[in-house]
Design a protein around this ligand. Structure first.
Ligand code: GLN
Length: 328
C-alpha cells in the first residue's frame, strides 16, 4: 500500500513535470527510438493472408491522460485491424446485453495455457470452465450473447460501441482483411463446430463467425485504442465528460480478464514486466489499460511466438518502468 502510494505520488509529479513542457512527447519519442530495433525480432502474421502485406517496421504509441492531454510518437495514426483487441469489446457488449451471470455461465475466466486458437480439447468435454473470453473459442461463443435479431444487428451494436468508446464515428471494417479471414478461417470454423457439438452454441456457425470475423477486421489506429482503453482505466466513466458509459463492475470484469489472459501465454511475463491489463491482436495492436491513470494504444505488427507484438511489449515495459505504472 505504502509503495503504491509512493509510486503514484512520484508519477503524479512526473506527469506535472511533463505537462506544459512536452517532456511526455520527448519520453515517448525516446522509448520509441530505443524499442524500434525489436521490430526485426518478430514476424507479421501470415495465416490471414491479407495481414502478410503489412510493413513489419511500423511502430507507434499513443496515450490518453486524465487531464485531457494526448501524447504520441511514431506511426500512431497508421490503420490496422483490431483482431483480438476486439475481444474485450465483445465481452463488454455481451455483459451489457446479457449480464454477468449469463456470460459467466457460458464462458469461464481461467487462463488456458494454450495458444489463442488451440482446439485440442479432445481429452475432456469442452465446457465454459475450459475457456475464457480472450481466446477465440470464448469470443466466438460470446458473440451469441450480444443482443440483436440478426448477426448483422449484433455486429452493428458492437461497431457502435467501438465507435462510441473510441470517440470515432468513422471506425469501419477493413473489407480486404475481413474477406481474407472469412476465406481462410477454417480453424475458427472448427472451433465453432466444437462449441456446437458440446451444446455451447446453437446458432448457425457461419452467421456467428461472420460477426466475429467482421469484429476482428475493424480498422483502428493507436489513438482509437488509447481512447477505448482510457474508459476501461476509468471504470466505465468517460474521462472527459464523466458520462457513465457502462457499469464499473463490467470494467472490473474486463480488466481482470485482460490482466490474466489478455496476452495469451505471455500474460504472466507481461504482468511481471509491465504490470497492467492489456490485450494484443495479431494485427500488431495492443490496447493497454493503466487503471485510474491512462489509456495506451500501441501498434507494431512484428509478432512473437504467442502472437503478441514484440516491439509493442518492449515499449510498454519501458513506459511502465519510467512512469511507475505497474499495479502490482
Ligand atoms: N482474427 C484472429 C483469429 O481469429 C484473431 C486472433 C488474434 O488476434 N490473436 O485468428
Amino acid at each position: 500500500m505504502h509503495c503504491l502510494r509512493v509510486c503514484s505520488v512520484k508519477s503524479a509529479l512526473i506527469l506535472q513535470l511533463h505537462k506544459g513542457t512536452n517532456l511526455m512527447n520527448d519520453l515517448l519519442e525516446q522509448i520509441l527510438a530505443d524499442c524500434t530495433p525489436y521490430t526485426s525480432q518478430g514476424h507479421v502474421a501470415t495465416y490471414i493472408p491479407e495481414l502478410a502485406n503489412v510493413d513489419p517496421d511500423r511502430i507507434g504509441i499513443y496515450i490518453s491522460l486524465p487531464d485531457g492531454t494526448e501524447h504520441f510518437a511514431g506511426n500512431c495514426m497508421d490503420l490496422f485491424t483490431m483482431q483480438s483487441v476486439v475481444k474485450p469489446l465483445i465481452l463488454l457488449q455481451a455483459l451489457m446485453d446479457s449480464g454477468i451471470d449469463t456470460v459467466r455461465a457460458l464462458v469461464g475466466v481461467e487462463a488456458t495455457g494454450k495458444p489463442f486458437d488451440a482446439f485440442n480439447y479432445s481429452d475432456q468435454a469442452l465446457t465454459g470452465a475450459h475457456i475464457n473470453p480472450m481466446i477465440n473459442t470464448g469470443a466466438i461463443a460470446l458473440c451469441t450473447l450480444i443482443r440483436g435479431e440478426t448477426y448483422e444487428e449484433k455486429f452493428s451494436r458492437l461497431l457502435e460501441l467501438a465507435r462510441h468508446l473510441a470517440e470515432n464515428p468513422e471506425l469501419c471494417v477493413d473489407e480486404a482483411v475481413y474477406e481474407s479471414e472469412k476465406l481462410t478461417g477454417n480453424k475458427n470454423r472448427a472451433l465453432a463446430y466444437l462449441l456446437t457439438a458440446y451444446g455451447m452454441i446453437s446458432d448457425p456457425v457461419e452467421k456467428i463467425l461472420d460477426c466475429y470475423f467482421k469484429a476482428c477486421s475493424i480498422s483502428v489506429n493507436c489513438r482509437d485504442l488509447a481512447k477505448i482503453a482510457h474508459v476501461f482505466a476509468n471504470h466505465g466513466i468517460h474521462p472527459a465528460t464523466w458520462e457513465h458509459l457502462f457499469p464499473a463492475e463490467y470494467a472490473k470484469y474486463v480488466n481482470a480478464t485482460l490482466a490474466t489472459c489478455g496476452m495469451y501465454d505471455g500474460s504472466g511475463e507481461f504482468a511481471l514486466e509491465v504490470g497492467f491489463p492489456a490485450k494484443s491482436g495479431v494485427g500488431g495492436g495492443i490496447m493497454a489499460v493503466a487503471p485510474t491513470r491512462m489509456g495506451i494504444g500501441i501498434f507494431s505488427p512484428a509478432l512473437d511466438k504467442n502472437g503478441n507484438s514484440v516491439a509493442g511489449i518492449h515499449l510498454l515495459e519501458e513506459f511502465s518502468h519510467r512512469m511507475y505504472l505497474s499495479i502490482f
